[in-house]
Design a protein around this ligand. Structure first.
Ligand code: XIL
Length: 383
């Protein structure tokens, strides 16, 4: 593979402030080297050619609220890239409880609606994220002193209202997120629903979601379940049991938050395949690959190559498992990534530099997609 331009530290720092200055049509890295008339095809979406949904998180809420940049969705270059590059959108934070439910009585759908409208305008599908989780719940809920009956009613009301609002427009819902520890134990202490209502609430959540939107595919979603492990074994056992009881579960997804500190999860294909063999769809829902990086530093070429390799192998894994129909990147560019604020000393986890030029990882994903769709070697993708 030819080497890509690597930005210097200064260029990266400058680029971090570039967002508003650059215009969409001048988005660097897009169509730069493509023959005239073919630039529109030089994207991840076109490379995928319909063999898989290639998605991105839509930046907003969560850690973004503590940054000094404007709302990403207000930036033309961000919207243009999101509209052009991917076929699927996930709400990074905008459909979580704390975002939708500022207080007990209120549902604030403004930003979630914006994502739905954007997707519709761009012919994209949407992954809804998420309905039952231990994190990012509002304080009024966590500290509300509700009885078990009240909590059940609250969750049902939430699912009916949120899922019902977008009925027929969501391709996949992460109904249940992150219920197991890495040891494969149910989070009975820190998950309010499991703690107060017991594990039976999981089946209810799936049933309520199915009733509110019969067309959406319903998923269990978690991190550190790329390979076979105590945690993914726990999901395998639980899902097997729930399916036997007739609970409407359609999918199992691994988030795919990887780090170059750890080996690549070699057995990801084997792991996803065993869930596929249960009759489920699978998905990779939050792919990013972080690396050791001091603040203000630039990744080395070796780090970038290794990152590209991880991205390529994750894409190939998604493409090689029948019924794995969706691969979502957890956002871009690096400046909007949740990684530096969450994992101390790590960063540069997405496929785009801060000025929207492409990293080796971008091309690795694009090439793997194009191989699978039969579009590899097309002049639109020639560099
Ligand atoms: C992260 C968001 O990216 C951040 O903006 C937010 O501050 C915290 O949550 N697993 C998930 C996602 O299911 O919802 C998390 O997203 C990342 C880990």
């Amino acid at each position: 593979m030819k080497r890509r331009q690597v930005l210097t530290a200064t260029a990266v720092a400058t680029a971090a402030t570039l967002g508003t200055a650059a215009t969409a049509s001048a988005a660097p890295g897009h169509g730069e080297h493509t023959p005239p008339g073919l630039a529109k095809k030089d994207t991840l979406a076109w490379a995928a050619g319909g063999v898989i949904e290639i998605g991105s998180a839509v930046a907003g809420g969560g850690h973004h609220t503590e940054q000094d940049y404007p709302t990403p969705m207000s930036e033309e270059i961000y919207r243009e890239t999101l509209g052009r590059e991917v076929t699927s959108l996930s709400a990074e934070n905008q459909m979580k409880w704390d975002y939708l439910r500022p207080d007990r009585e209120t549902f604030d759908f403004e930003d979630a609606d914006e994502i739905m409208d954007f997707a519709q305008q761009h012919g994209q599908v949407v992954r809804g994220h998420t309905l039952l989780w231990h994190a990012q719940n509002p304080t009024w809920l966590e500290e509300g002193d509700f009885s078990a009956d009240e909590l059940r009613d609250l969750l049902k009301e939430h699912i009916d209202t949120v899922v019902g609002r977008y009925r027929g427009r969501i391709q996949q819902w992460d109904v249940v997120n992150e219920i197991f520890t890495d040891e494969g134990e149910l989070r009975l202490n820190d998950n309010i629903w499991l703690r107060e209502l017991g594990p039976g609430i999981l089946a209810d959540a799936f049933r309520w979601t199915r009733a509110a939107d019969p067309d959406a595919l319903l998923f269990f979603n978690d991190y550190n379940v790329d390979g076979v492990s105590a945690k993914s074994d726990a999901y395998y056992a639980l899902i097997t049991e729930l399916l036997a009881e007739g609970v409407p579960i359609d999918g199992f997804s691994t988030q795919g938050h990887l780090s170059l500190r750890y080996d690549f999860p070699e057995d990801i294909t084997e792991n996803l395949q065993r869930f596929a063999d249960l009759g489920l769809e699978t998905a990779i829902t939050e792919l990013d690959v972080r690396m050791d990086l001091e603040e203000g530093a630039t990744p080395t070429e070796q780090q970038l190559e290794q990152q590209a390799d991880y991205y390529r192998r994750m894409t190939e894994a998604a493409l090689s498992v029948e019924g794995c129909n969706s691969l979502t990147l957890w956002g871009f560019p690096d400046v909007y990534s949740w990684v530096p604020g969450t994992f101390e000393g790590e960063g540069a986890a997405t496929v785009l530099w801060d000025d929207y030029t492409r990293k080796p990882a971008y091309y690795a994903v694009q090439d793997a997609l194009a191989e699978a769709s039969g579009r590899a070697g097309h002049p639109a993708l020639r560099r």
